[in-house]
Ligand binder design. Sequence first.
Ligand SMILES: NC(=O)c1ccc[n+]([C@@H]2O[C@H](COP(=O)([O-])OP(=O)(O)OC[C@H]3O[C@@H](n4cnc5c(N)ncnc54)[C@H](O)[C@@H]3O)[C@@H](O)[C@H]2O)c1
Length: 443
Amino acid sequence: MKLISRLKNRDAQIGVIGLGYVGLPLAMEFAKAGFQVHGVDTSEEVVRRVKECCPACKDVSPELLAKLIAAGRFEPTTDYDALRDCDAICICVPTPLAADREPDLSFVESASREIAARLRADQLVVLESTSYPGTTAEVVLPILSSNGLAVGQDFFLGYSPERVDPGNKTYTVKNTPRLVAGITPPCLEATVTLYSQIVDQVVEVSSPAAAEMAKLLENTFRAVNIALVNEVALLCDRLGLNVWEIIEAAATKPFGFMKFTPGPGVGGHCIPVDPHYLSWKARQHGFNTRLVDVATQVNAQMPEHVTHKVAAALSEHGIPIDQASVLILGVAYKPDVGDVRETPAAGIIEGLAQKGAKVTYHDPFVPEFSANGYRMHSQQMTEELLASSDCVVLVTNHSAYSHGRIAEKAKILIDTRNSVKSCNGRTTENVISMYEVTGQGQG
Ligand SMILES: NC(=O)c1ccc[n+]([C@@H]2O[C@H](COP(=O)([O-])OP(=O)(O)OC[C@H]3O[C@@H](n4cnc5c(N)ncnc54)[C@H](O)[C@@H]3O)[C@@H](O)[C@H]2O)c1
């Protein structure tokens, strides 16, 4: 197969569709490995930011990005015609939920149609977006085959789920083992060869549906375990037990236990979304994923629990919530990223605003944020702001936050991540470490 030798010789051209948190690091990894890479994104804003080396994804080095662009190794564009010369094309577009919380594959479908319009012999197409089992074979393949080319002979189709963890400095595209599958054996061979050029370990899976299911299992595993520990935290709150102590105690068991921690709720493009893809697929086959659905509900209720905690803490200090000013620290869904998709901060801010609180926020990664129907701007983090707010809620424990200083200045600090405790060793009077019994503000 000519494609295989071009990939091995690294004189193949690679196309990456979607230059977000998944596509951009991937494109750069291929470019670093010596391939000529074309990055296609329908958003002019995204392409402009990539060209100016200030993309939303902060995991990539702006210096390296500039170098790869200047060397002509990586060409970001909005023009799908750039794919005509590509030997392999990776699809890294969003797979969100529609308004009815069902899978929205419109981005995958439209990217597939654009490829199909230009598909030629000996090209490899790989879907990387997370989706339910059957997406590659039942959704992408029919679109690509519509022009008469035969899969496994004329062109090749595979699935390889991205496992990138934004903000994770230890595991990157290169050193995270990569699942790969192909529609036919030649498709698998081509897909294995492609990823072997940039990742240390490639793991073959028997079919795209198996790889799609494995990806959903990975993320649903997290969602269910987070829900379990969130539920245990709520129970400990009632029982007067300190859940953080209990988790640390349980985590001393060297086998059969994996540590998860409670928090303000789940966010991002994966954990709150992927279980819905799984349960939707299950329903198509007359099966109810009861455990997964309950876990989704438990996690979705956590922001409401935070707002109750805030209201109770304010009330204990004699401040009615409708007269209170509340400062939210961190609106991104996880530390040290600027991604606000499905962030629990939105539910917390909306809940507090509905109760009449005056809510402001600070986030070093998110200059603007829309919640409760209006656009907010990140406040400057000053000691005055901390001290003048009736209540400060630490939602996202960005590493730039000086927890000690925040605890010292805030009148009341609700710490949804137990960060202050782990930073100071002991909680001060004004700090309510969520789920910890402090005698204050128990909801
Ligand atoms: N973000 C993560 O941590 C993560 C991790 C693993 C897997 N995933 C999965 O990877 C996929 C992509 O996620 P992401 O976080 O990179 O999304 P993203 O929103 O950061 O990036 C997607 C990009 O695709 C572009 N796009 C949308 N439709 C397009 C089209 N038809 N043609 C070209 N470009 C198009 C968007 O403009 C955007 O820039 C999703 O399926 C997601 O579930 C995400």
